[in-house]
Write a protein that binds this ligand. Structure first.
Ligand SMILES: Nc1ncnc2c1ncn2[C@@H]1O[C@H](COP(=O)(O)OP(=O)(O)O)[C@@H](O)[C@H]1O
Ligand SMILES: [Mg+2]
Length: 227
């Protein structure tokens, strides 16, 4: 069940099935630090926190800008409507993909702090227990032929459901204990209309892999498959 907390300029939404005692303080870095809830920190574009609450693990992400504009504004976005904020869009998109049975994290909570014309945003997802990212697996020479095939089958599921991932790279793909692949980080992602957009995301992924030393030609095979 979706619960909403509104307090002046703050909008919070959470899934009450995921929390016994939800507190909006979960979004406060000070609070989760003091309470010892942080289990690890992941350095992506911004800082992402793995937190433990009531024996369950969650991932807290604060939306951070990339590119040139980040020099002007680190984490502020222009506010248009609540529905078009980064966290509401990613939460809703993830929810649809999760319900379709695609391998993505289940969204659990989101927060938007609105200022005059701008807002900052955060998202909490349920943690997917994993053994590392595709990047880690390639670096540690753990990618086998079976795993490449599993990745290809995973990408096919997203292709068949017309899902465009706007930042498909080796760190937004994680692998669990049973060698299942999951995609994370659906900020700015959407259902595509033209199938060729999917290839664009594969080329983006290939670019992220080509920076790695022991990258082989498996990605090329995958790209050809989606031609
Ligand atoms: N639900 C999740 N379960 C497990 N790991 C996750 C989850 N969400 C994110 N991660 C990990 O945290 C990293 C950063 O999160 P991400 O959403 O990609 O944020 P950023 O926008 O900073 O790249 C990911 O690359 C992935 O390794
Ligand atoms: Mg990412």
């Amino acid at each position: 069940m979706n619960e909403i907390i509104r307090n002046k300029n703050i909008y919070i939404q959470y899934d009450s099935n995921e929390f016994h005692n939800f507190t909006d303080k979960l979004f406060s870095i000070d609070y989760i630090t003091k309470e010892g809830l942080i289990k690890s920190e992941i350095n992506g574009r911004g800082k992402t926190y793995e937190i433990e609450l009531e024996g369950r693990r969650f991932i807290l992400k604060n939306y951070i800008r990339g590119g040139l504009i980040s020099k002007i504004s680190h984490d502020k976005y222009l506010f248009d409507s609540m529905a078009s904020t980064r966290s509401v869009k990613e939460y809703n998109f993830l929810y649809i993909l999760f319900k379709k049975g695609l391998p993505v994290p289940k969204p659990a909570a989101l927060k938007v702090i609105k200022n005059k014309f701008t807002y900052t945003a955060s998202l909490i997802t349920c943690k997917i227990q994993n053994n590392g990212t595709l990047h880690d697996f390639i670096m540690n020479k753990k990618m086998s032929l079976d795993l490449w095939n599993s990745l290809e089958l995973t990408l096919e599921k997203f292709y068949n459901e017309n899902v465009y991932h706007s930042d498909l790279n080796s760190k937004n793909i994680i692998i669990d204990q049973e060698n299942n692949f999951y995609l994370v980080d659906f900020d700015n992602s959407y259902f595509f209309y033209k199938k060729k957009l999917f290839k664009k995301s594969l080329i983006r992924l290939e670019r992220s892999l080509s920076k790695l030393n022991n990258y082989k030609s498996e990605m090329k095979k995958i790209i050809e498959k989606f031609n």
